[in-house]
Design a binder for this molecule. Structure first.
Ligand code: HEC
Length: 207
């Protein structure tokens, strides 16, 4: 049996730790930058932008991904401004191609260099459940099973999914989901194909 005093001691530690974390000395961001760059000595030249945090990443790091309201608003405004929309105003492409992109992590991995004659993937399954048939998926993001059906396949929601994939931080500051359109990982047409996977009644996500 656990003694009350042990429990109380554990509770005291648990409540004290956030305060302790706040007292930790701030790390010089220049030192962090230098350490990150030094960790990729053989990085190809076109990786340089990926090793340099942009304004949003800097703000997220400075606030441990929990920015105060004014900073959060500045992030979502800045990220929203990056979103480019399909010229034809249609957000739904081909879900079969979308499924292939959702399953593919090709593109930005060490082993994907030098670039080969293959399109990038969105790696959606690494973080989300999308279909019942896919055996393996990650759980960093919420399950997207029946996502379109739950939303009655509404066009307004297809637009939101497009925006989420294009730039997740436009609606969720410091999201752990990559900014796949803004960072040129996926093209507008690829994003439309993935929106079709998430939102079409005939896609395996909603069957
Ligand atoms: C590295 C992990 C990661 C990857 C890869 C990823 N996501 Fe996400 N996704 C998340 C997280 C975390 C959230 C919740 C926070 C947010 O909304 O930004 C999320 C949220 C979402 C949402 C909104 C869910 C809701 O509650 O309405 C959609 C839709 C979505 N992701 C679709 C996708 C698709 C499609 C792909 C592939 C192109 C993808 N995600 C790739 C982590 C990821």
């Amino acid at each position: 049996m656990i003694r009350t005093s042990t429990l109380l001691a554990a509770l005291a530690i648990a409540t004290a730790s956030p305060a302790l974390a706040q007292q930790a000395p701030a790390v010089d961001p220049a030192k962090v930058d230098a350490a990150v760059k030094a960790a990729f000595p053989g990085a190809p030249a076109d990786w340089a932008p990926r090793l340099t945090p942009d304004e949003t990443m800097k703000a997220c790091s400075a606030h441990n991904n929990l920015p105060p309201a004014p900073v959060a608003q500045a992030i979502t405004a800045r990220e929203k401004a990056t979103i480019e929309y399909p010229a034809d105003g249609n957000f739904i492409g081909d879900w079969k191609r979308g499924e292939q992109y959702a399953q593919s992590g090709f593109g930005l991995r060490f082993t994907d260099y030098p670039p080969r004659n293959r399109v990038n993937g969105g790696n959606c399954y690494a973080c989300h459940q999308l279909t019942k048939v896919e055996v393996s998926y990650g759980t960093i993001g919420p399950s997207l099973l029946k996502y379109g059906e739950i939303r009655k396949f509404a066009e307004a929601d297809a637009k939101l999914v497009y925006e989420k994939i294009y730039n997740a931080s436009a609606s969720f500051p410091c999201s752990l989901m990559p900014r796949l359109g803004a960072n040129k990982v996926l093209t507008i047409d690829q994003i439309k194909d993935i929106v079709a996977l998430v939102m079409s009644p005939d896609s395996p996500v909603n069957k």
